[in-house]
Design a protein around this ligand. Sequence first.
Ligand code: MN
Length: 525
Amino acid sequence: MSYNNTIKRLKLLENAKPYYSEKQLASIEHAIDFASKAHAGQKRASGEPYISHPLSVADILVDWGMDIDSVLAGILHDTIEDTETLDADIEKLFGKDVAFLVNGVTKVSKARSGMRNLDNYLPQTKDNLSKLLIAVGQDIRVIIIKLADRQHNLSTLQYLPKKKQQKIARESLEVFAPMADRLGMGRVRMQIEELAFSYLDPVEFKKLKILMRKRLGKSTRKLGEVRVQVETELKKHNIKFEVNGRVKSVYSLHKKLQKVDGNIDNIYDLMALRVIVDKKEDCYLVLGILHSLYQPMISRIKDYISTPKPNGYQSLHTTVITPNEQIVEFQIRTQEMHEYAERGLAANFHYNEQKTTKDYIKSKKSSTLPANMQWITQLQSVVTKLKQDEKISKDQLNVDLFVDRIFVYSPKGDIYNLPEGALPLDFAYLVHSDIAKHTYGFRVNNKIHPFDKPLQNGDVIEIITRKLSLPKQAWQEMVTTTHARNKLRGQLRQIGVIGIITNATSIMRRKSDRKKEKEENAIKK
Ligand code: MN
């Protein structure tokens, strides 16, 4: 083992020490030795011996609070796919569960690479998609290991050729970040998004980072005053609390800017203050105190405690206006809610004796598994049916892992994520606005497809372009995403198609803006 990897190995064992028994720690060492031997001679693109990758993946899994089987599977996750190691070898040495997890991870990546090289794509795609679902459904830990794998690959992306960087970065934003989000793993989602976005659009990333730094510099001192004021008030009420500042991520700023016409002045939560308390009742108490101190913006009060987000996220959000006209967002939550918001489902595996997701769900069903995460149970029932070779309809297969999203493919097998009901032009603008601009028609699953017919999960879409084909006004009725709409509008303006229309709509918009302004002013008063 190289010097660097010896250090990595020691670090992993040290990080693992507080959480696992002596026997489990010994099994970690055993797995490292086994994987080192299996990967002997293989190198990462960075030039390091391959074992540095699985060691990092395992370290991430320890950090996320995963159980011992996941950590072992993390160390072994590339052995079946990339080395001579057999399924049975792993089962013999590390047990059935670890072998099952490694197999699941291998299946997922095979399903994915299958998608990438499709010749006769349609039937295969569906098959691969269901394989992916089966792997996920049998054990949610498979996806969590996959996420750790992806996170480390993203952090070593600088060693890959540009084209591959772009591909991995895009796929991470399209597939892996939403998966982390689905599992409530907020911190991981953010890390994946930031890294991927910095590769996908380095210019925009840098620009926004600088813009944000400038903005924050101005408001940090003022925010400090608000913070002191709030702390003083909460102490008066004898509430146990902790206040932290949280800065918006560059990627979420980018996404939000697209929604508010690019004006950073319309973004109120660039920096937010987070109040963490002991009890749920205290959250509402704090909300009341904040609202008696400052004027809240009524439309921005959100109670995700009584109604958690679909991924289980809980918090109270409120945006207030301070006497010196500063707009500040507050997020109020208990320590437990905070832990979940950051670590999501993964946090629940720590010290957990349950071996499989099925047991896990059984044990959690009545207690802490949020009602909104029923899709996990739903997934389980589909898997059981699949295993028993029962006929299931396509609807059942579309388990709500992504309730309102669909996944579609380019003819090359690149995967894209769109909202349900999206139209072919939404896809075209997602791929590239310069391609979309010259769209002449679409072929979906090898058949000509009208512009106004929604896409379905698993569709393979080919954009037919003609150099002389240009955007048409009517296209405005045939896009559903904000992204496509904005790009299209820009193009129409550029070629002078929406002169007159713009006037009419802009008058209407001005009217509604004025109305909005009045409302906001009324709130301020
Ligand atoms: Mn890997």
